[in-house]
Design a protein around this ligand. Structure first.
Ligand code: UDX
Length: 440
């Protein structure tokens, strides 16, 4: 059993910290936000992640999981320290690692015995060496420490599952002792023969970006295939299905939509491309994926605008789904933000509903009317646009929708509504690359 501290109790730190405490280790989730820590101490979880509240409660009750805003004390008490602070996109597209650097300084100042420092935050390739330098600079007693890179592969909305049943664990280290200690941390997974890849620090950092940027590229690719399907009358869902049946391609991340969002793909693709340029190699594929994604969001606005005869002014447009994907309250870089901006700029009136993310979007848009059900949001609408594939929209009654609306006009950016049903109810509709329902 190890004493472990996570510095940064956000989407990554909380899930990973709770997950590792579930392996039997003693974990402190630390954060500089007193408010966040107080919430957690009162049994409240500041983010929406299915299963996280229960996982935290189970391990708090078992006396394995604690919360504090006293970083120094937590560092001193730990054998292993995970850096899990945010690395948002900076001005020059590269990731902003100022939080990582300030945490490294605090760690250096509080090294009271041998520890392994583990960066879980997504950081530009090569950051490991910088973090080690900063720690050493403030490590007055020159206390020895180990450093590893242990990138996360958690998807919001399924982060608990992704943590407890990962496809692989990546540990970048520069000595055996650090690696062996990390292997012990993940021992329960190791027993379930989950592959633990031991590589260099810089390679582990590269793996994270390479994997994420590839997933984003895959999405931009299928979005462009969908756009061509529209021009040629092909059905992208059948194309995607048949492609996915090729084991080399896999069916995952081949669903066309309004363009990817979230706190990772937009940031990681830009950081990866910027890093590549900085090292004299223009990464054409990823730069193209970024461009294609930007255009996909613009394309969705063009679609809804043409469905309302090219003019938003004074029209009521209902936006169903605000989060960047289902099962999260996160709206960062969500395609619905571009959509709402365009409708507002065009003089339209937005009525919005999201099962979870209304409150998140209220912080961004005050001139939007928010509702607690899709039925209320669609009342008297001149058009409805589905932006997030929440399950409740998949099953909504098209007949009822038509009765509620001023005009039966729908843009389905997630291809979740039956074209047959839209036709039966005489909807004027559009979607992404589908000319008819699936052949089978
Ligand atoms: C992603 C990576 O999947 C995860 O491994 C990494 O650790 C963090 O970044 P996340 O951003 O939480 O996870 O969500 P993800 O499920 O990857 O979706 C990202 C965006 O891509 C969403 O906007 C989603 O709607 C979109 N998407 C995803 C598609 O448009 N089509 C798909 O087939 C899959």
């Amino acid at each position: 059993m190890k004493n472990i501290t996570f510095i940064g109790s956000g989407y990554v730190g909380l899930v990973s910290g709770a997950g590792i405490s579930d392996f039997g280790h003693k974990v402190i989730c630390a954060d500089i936000s007193e408010e966040k820590i107080q919430l957690l101490k009162n049994g409240k979880v500041p983010i929406y992640e299915p299963g996280l509240t229960e996982l935290i409660k189970k391990n708090v009750d078992a006396g394995r999981l604690f919360f504090t805003s006293d970083l120094k004390k937590a560092i001193k008490k730990s054998d292993i320290i995970f850096i899990a602070v945010g690395t948002p996109q900076g001005e020059d597209r590269a990731a902003d690692i100022s939080s990582v650097k300030s945490v490294a300084k605090i760690i250096g100042e509080n090294l009271n015995k041998y520890k392994v420092i583990c960066t879980k935050s997504t950081v530009p390739v090569g950051t490991g060496e910088l973090v080690k330098k900063i720690i050493n600079k403030h490590n007055d007693k020159q206390t020895p420490f180990g450093y590893v890179s242990n990138p996360e592969f958690l998807r919001e909305g399924s982060a608990i599952k992704d943590f407890l049943w990962p496809d692989r664990i990546v540990i970048g280290s520069d000595n055996k002792k650090s690696f062996d200690i990390m292997k012990e941390v993940y021992n329960p997974l190791y027993i379930n023969d989950k592959p633990i890849l031991n590589t260099s620090i810089v390679t582990a950092e590269m793996i994270k970006y390479a994997a994420n940027a590839f997933l984003a590229l895959k999405i931009s690719y299928i979005n462009e295939v969908a756009n061509l399907c529209e021009a040629l009358g092909a059905n992208v869902q059948d194309v995607s299905k048949a492609m996915g049946q090729d084991g080399r391609i896999s069916s995952k991340f081949l669903h066309p939509g309004p363009g990817y969002g979230g706190s990772c793909f937009p940031k990681d693709t830009k950081a990866f491309a910027a890093l590549s340029r900085k090292n004299g190699q223009k990464m054409q594929t990823i730069e193209a994926a970024i461009e294609a994604n930007k255009h996909q969001k613009i394309r969705m606005v063009k679609k809804i605008r043409s469905l309302v005869d090219g003019d938003f002014s004074k029209k009521i447009i209902s936006v169903l789904g605000l989060s960047f994907k289902p099962n999260t309250d996160d709206i960062r870089d969500s395609a619905s933000i571009d959509m709402i901006n365009a409708i507002n700029d065009g003089g339209g009136l937005v009525r919005a509903y999201d099962p979870i993310a209304n409150d998140s979007m209220k912080k961004l848009f005050r001139n939007v009317e928010y509702f607690e059900s899709w039925e209320e949001a669609c009342k008297d609408a001149d058009a409805v646009v589905i932006m997030t594939e929440w399950n409740e929209f998949r099953s909504m009654s098209i007949q009822k929708l038509k009765q509620l609306m001023n005009k039966p006009v729908l843009l389905d950016t997630r291809n979740i509504i039956s074209i047959q049903k839209l036709k039966e109810n005489e909807f004027y509709y559009d979607n992404v690359g589908r000319v008819s329902d699936d052949a089978n």
